[in-house]
Design a protein around this ligand. Structure first.
Ligand code: ZN
Length: 76
């Protein structure tokens, strides 16, 4: 087995495929759940860019936590 050979072209192709697959998953997700809101529906605070990238985000992190907490309590 040669250790000094250049980067395996198959590894490179797989990496590129994984990246484009991730991008298309994000695109499909956005088409299903819709674009994220710029501000929270509950408190009107701006929603974090990182959260908005998920798609379909309607609440800020705090309000989302509360909503999930309420949903959990309602189940019991
Ligand atoms: Zn909020």
């Amino acid at each position: 087995m040669q250790l000094d050979r250049p980067t395996d072209p198959i590894d490179l192709a797989t990496e590129q495929e994984t990246m484009s697959r991730d991008a298309s998953i994000a695109a499909v997700r956005r088409s299903l759940v819709g674009e994220s809101r710029k501000s929270c529906v509950a408190c009107d605070e701006p929603i974090d860019e990182m959260r908005r990238a998920l798609g379909g985000v309607t609440r800020c992190l705090d309000c989302q936590k509360w909503a999930e907490l309420k949903a959990k309590r309602a189940k019991r």
